[in-house]
Write a protein of this length. Structure first.
Length: 167
């Protein structure tokens, strides 16, 4: 129930789109940081020091594709992938030696998404403990960052857990 709750809140839609690609969210501020900000002036919609500018779901793969023409590795690391929305930059913690191997795995199906999530959580004793204890504030802080409360991740995960646990 706890793992289902995380998946529900993180993806908020199917884990694959209508053409069979994993659901992604392209993060322009990650791309700016990973690529050294060299594209911020020429491509501010896909490389920007500020978070935001996400746009519609349908805009995510086009943004990723454009960013990949500038720096493929940085682009793949700058999207969150699949059922658990794991950032490509976290590929090693998710059990993959390269971001390309991580993305290839995300393309294969839900079992790979779950395996990456388990590997990722197991690299952090604090996340493992928070998920086991259903301490949703600590889990959301560790998984989504310090701004988690702004998006109510902890409340949404608690509510989703209660639904999935039948409470």
């Amino acid at each position: 129930a706890a793992i289902r709750a995380v998946a529900e809140v993180e993806t908020k839609r199917d884990s694959f789109d209508e053409v069979g690609r994993p659901t992604i969210l392209y993060e322009r501020h990650y791309f700016a940081r990973i690529s050294g900000g060299g594209f911020n002036r020429t491509h501010p919609d896909i490389s920007n020091g500020s978070a935001g500018g996400y746009g519609r779901f349908s805009a995510q793969y086009p943004k990723l594709t454009r960013a990949a023409t500038l720096n493929e590795s940085a682009a793949l690391q700058s999207a969150s992938w699949g059922m658990f929305q794991i950032m490509g930059a976290n590929h090693a913690a998710a059990g993959h030696a390269t971001v390309a191997a991580f993305v290839d795995a995300m393309m294969t199906g839900p079992a790979a998404h779950l395996a990456a999530f388990v590997a990722f959580i197991q690299t952090s004793p604090a996340l493992t403990r928070a998920l086991r204890d259903k301490n949703w504030a600590d889990f959301a802080r560790g998984y989504n960052g310090p701004g988690y409360a702004r998006n109510n991740y902890d409340v949404e995960m608690r509510n989703a857990y209660q639904r999935h646990a039948g409470r």
